[in-house]
Design a protein around this ligand. Structure first.
Ligand code: ADE
Ligand code: ZN
Length: 332
């Protein structure tokens, strides 16, 4: 199964670039940029990665991101992830970045976008990996701050495919960002939002009905509402599920209880993704392997989950059809 997963060409749709910061690079950049970390060693960093909730993770994740200062830091971070994509046979990736995590520390929006984009271009040349960039608004901040971020993004519209919503979900429902998502849509951005990770099914409905999103990030709590499951089945609105993340952040008790295959069998367009792989113990292949091992997924189920990654992507219909044909050939 491990080799089967490795060999499949894959797409990843839910990946925070700041969540790919491995402790080794964190220490290297901290030294270069004279940033003081609250850890004495790489081992100590890894020891700190025991989370009890989404918030307990975010507190550590934002501290780590403070080592990213220059465009070359964002370039190195992104290229390291894309090298991993190449090793794991990920041929297309749609990457989140959190502009406010950096602009609030005085780093220019341009510095962040330039560093990341140059790495994406290099990976296209070097590895033939295609990619899109999605900027996420931090939902623990105000809608006004999100409007400022949207404004700052406009000169770089050619480099940014869409807009997302992440950070602390509980108490920060999608309705808080209705107007800024409307404006982002008018600007031509694709729309996605984290919903139903820790928040209940009402957060998912709000993301659909008030924000008009094209995908739900996580969405695993949809199961609590039969009407919502039926809606997701009928519309094929995708869920970008992150199994290792859900277990690490205690959204799911253990992998054996994860509902991803249940949702797949109910006809939902579910995909597998790694979220913040440097913090959660695995990249995309490890997530697929965990599903295969703990939920006894068959090769056909893995094939369907991986094909769904392309179907749910923002690639052109032409590209998606090419991938569908490939997966059809795998079955015959
Ligand atoms: N930012 C990075 N990872 C996240 C997650 N899993 N949920 C919400 N915000 C995030
Ligand atoms: Zn996420």
């Amino acid at each position: 199964m491990k080799q089967f997963i490795q060999n499949l060409p894959k797409a990843e749709l839910h990946l925070h670039i700041e969540g790919t910061l491995e402790p080794e690079l964190m220490f290297k950049l901290a030294k270069k940029n004279h940033v003081v970390l609250p850890y004495n060693s790489i081992e100590e960093v890894r020891q700190a990665y025991h989370f009890t909730s989404l918030q307990s993770f975010l507190d550590i994740y934002y501290k780590g991101a403070a080592v990213l200062i220059e465009a070359s830091d964002f370039y190195d971070l992104t290229l390291a992830y894309l090298k991993k994509c190449h090793e794991q046979n990920i041929v297309h990736t749609e990457i989140f970045f959190d502009p406010q995590t950096h602009t609030d520390r005085g780093i220019a929006f341009e510095t962040v976008v330039t560093g990341i984009s140059e790495a994406l271009e290099e990976a296209k040349r070097r590895y033939n990996i295609s990619s899109f960039l999605i900027m996420s608004f931090l939902r623990h901040l105000s809608q006004g701050a999100a409007f400022e971020t949207l404004e700052a993004s406009l000169p770089f519209k050619d480099k940014i495919k869409g807009v997302g919503l992440d950070s602390s979900e509980l108490g920060n429902p999608p309705s808080k960002f209705k107007e800024v998502f409307q404006k982002a849509k008018e600007e031509g951005y694709e729309l996605v939002a984290h919903a139903g990770e820790e928040g209940d099914s009402r957060y998912i409905w709000e993301a659909i009905e008030l924000l008009d999103v094209r995908r739900i990030d996580h969405g695993i709590r949809c199961e609590e509402d039969e009407k919502l499951v039926a809606y997701l089945q009928k519309t094929q609105l995708p869920l970008t599920v992150c199994p290792l993340s859900n277990v690490k952040l205690k959204a799911v008790k253990e992998m054996g209880y994860h509902n991803i295959l249940k949702l797949l069998h109910r006809g939902l367009l579910v995909t597998v993704n790694s979220d913040d792989p440097a913090y959660f113990g695995g990249y995309l292949n490890e997530n697929l392997e965990a599903v295969a091992t703990s939920l006894q997924a068959t090769k056909e189920e893995i094939l369907q989950l991986v094909e769904n990654g392309f179907r749910a992507s923002f690639l052109s219909n032409h590209e998606i059809n090419k991938q569908k044909a490939y997966f059809a050939s795998m079955r015959s």
